[in-house]
Write a protein of this length. Structure first.
Lengths: 247, 299
């Protein structure tokens, strides 16, 4: 299994797609940080004080999880789009093992994507706060917890992307479905008049990782539930789609 | 034990029966041409052998084991399928490194096989810029990575220029000389006639012939064309020996059922002068057409 994960990581490293997504994440994070620095301290905006630091770590969470999802989708659906599924499955005829290796490799890539985003956010935010004369402690439970949550949600969004693409072979359809769901999910509890339902849905569960609030599950439970959604999609996709004839 | 065994294999795609109760064996160490017109079911059969397509019925095995059950498939079977299967943005070397890593093979083998297929200079280039011929070579390099005992080549000459085809023949021959088993598909008999020991011919998903090339030619009543001023004398002499002979113009003879050696000996024994003698190869192609046009009929 280790060598399959290594092969999947090598696949990620040897195309420009992955580098492109990392570049996009870094650029987006830098842009959002710039905006935050411009408006912070104004009425109705976060105050420039040490309590802002955890929020800065996860400042680009919104676009980050979208990029992680796309990363996962491309990693899986690319095999079918470019026909590399044939050599891949010739080397590893057990297709379930290939999907499993992709889940692990893309989770690692998703985690690295979050780490890159957090590094850029802090790389810009810390000097800014220092210049503003804010007294900051980087070793802080709140900061660490937010960082952990960011890494986990990004990794698991990549897992969700792999799962989605295992079920829907078509790249564009898989990405569109993922993004559409992210927009629509929040409307479902209201539409059903079940406000408590939100935390059990995928994005609601994922939000427990980064947003602590009364409506979310505990962090660990939300993370596990969100992971289960991704793994379930991957499992169903492997059974129904990935095992189909490769003509 | 035969290297490849296809037994009562069938595949149905919706209403189309692509492979229909097909059976043949390939002996270890032989080079076998897998022939049939386009759409005869060659690719589907190869993909079933490789576990990429699930048979509707029957089995396809290597030394008695299905591809999916082989513990290290790349070391047993190397396959070249159609010339896609490459990420256009990945370099040739990285494409092979990915496969070598997944198969647990040494990275050093990558440059070795790239050299073997003549792609050493293009190793660092992205596959998106490769010609069809270069992609075929890269596909071959991938197949050779695990130093397999069996090679399955699906239309490997597609996209190769004449020099490339010549090179491919040499490569297949070398693989065979080293004791490997090769099954090479083609829709052109002439393309593989120089390379193969045997042929398996299919049409409309069914087996129409499995034989050596020699038998196939003999079965086709291959002709020897002779030009001689003593045409009638030679005709009588050959006919007495059992060959079928007909006059073709005042000085021409068409002999079937005899080799050029036999015709030459008969002429020498009777002191007959020959101006020209040639073996007609086109008949092989005719046999192929004949077999594939009618052999698969289900009437």
């Amino acid at each position: 299994m280790t060598r399959l994960v290594r092969a999947e990581l090598l696949k990620l490293r040897t195309t420009r797609t992955t580098a492109g997504i990392f570049a996009l994440t870094v650029a987006t994070t830098a842009l959002i940080m710039t905006a935050v620095m411009l408006i912070a301290g104004r009425p109705g905006q976060p105050a420039i004080e040490s309590g802002i630091l955890p929020d800065l770590v996860a400042v680009a969470k919104g676009p980050l999880v979208i990029f992680a999802l796309i990363l996962g989708v491309l990693g899986m659906s690319g095999e079918f789009r470019f026909g590399t599924a044939t050599p891949t499955f010739l080397v590893t005829p057990n297709r379930g093992r290939v999907v499993a290796a992709k889940l692990v490799a893309n989770a690692l890539a998703g985690a690295a994507l979050a780490a890159a985003s957090a590094a850029v956010a802090l790389g810009i935010g810390l000097p800014w706060l220092l210049v503003k004369g804010v007294d900051i402690t980087i070793v802080d439970a709140e900061v660490a917890s937010r960082l952990l949550g960011l890494v986990a949600t990004s990794a698991l969004h990549a897992v969700l992307g792999v799962g989605l693409a295992a079920l829907v072979r078509n790249q564009v359809v898989a990405i569109a479905a993922g993004l559409l769901w992210m927009r629509v999910e929040g409307l479902i509890p209201d539409a059903l008049q079940r406000p408590g339902l939100g935390r059990w849905l995928p994005e609601g569960a994922a939000s427990a990782l980064t947003d602590s609030g009364a409506v979310t599950l505990p962090m660990w439970a939300g993370g596990l539930l969100f992971a289960a959604y991704g793994l379930a999609l991957a499992l169903i996709g492997t059974r129904l789609v990935v095992r189909r004839d490769l003509t | 034990m035969s290297a490849i065994n296809v037994h009562r294999l069938s595949k149905r795609f919706g209403d189309v029966l692509a492979v229909d109760d097909l059976g043949f064996e390939v002996e270890e160490g032989t080079v076998v041409g897998f022939l049939g017109p386009n759409g005869a079911g060659k690719t589907t059969t190869l993909r079933m052998l490789l576990g990429l397509v699930a048979p509707t019925a029957g089995t396809a095995t290597f030394g008695g084991r299905a591809y999916r059950e082989l513990p290290a498939p790349t070391r047993v079977v190397g396959a070249v399928l159609e010339a896609s299967g490459f990420h256009p943005g990945r370099t040739a070397r990285n494409h092979l490194r990915v496969l070598a890593t997944a198969a647990g093979l040494a990275d050093g083998l990558v440059d070795e096989v790239l050299g073997q297929v003549g792609l050493a200079d293009a190793a660092g280039r992205r596959v998106g810029g490769f010609s069809l011929g270069m992609r075929q070579r890269l596909g071959l390099a991938a197949a050779l990575l695990g130093d397999p005992e069996v090679l399955l080549l699906d239309e490997p000459a597609n996209g190769l220029d004449p020099e490339g085809i010549h090179w491919l023949r040499g490569l297949v021959r070398r693989q065979a000389d080293e004791g490997r088993t090769v099954l090479v598909s083609s829709h052109l008999l002439a393309e593989v006639a120089q390379t193969v020991d045997q042929v398996v011919i299919i049409a409309r998903g069914r087996l129409v012939a499995q034989s050596t090339l020699a038998d196939l030619t003999a079965g086709a009543a291959a002709a020897v064309r002779v030009r001689t001023p003593q045409a009638e004398a030679l005709r009588d002499r050959l006919a007495a020996g059992g060959a079928a002979v007909r006059l073709d113009g005042p000085e021409g003879l068409v002999v079937t059922g005899a080799t050029t050696e036999q015709v030459g000996r008969a002429a020498a024994a009777a002191g007959i002068v020959l101006h020209e003698m040639r073996f007609e190869r086109s008949n092989l192609e005719e046999v192929f057409l004949e077999l594939t046009n009618h052999g698969g009929d289900r009437s």
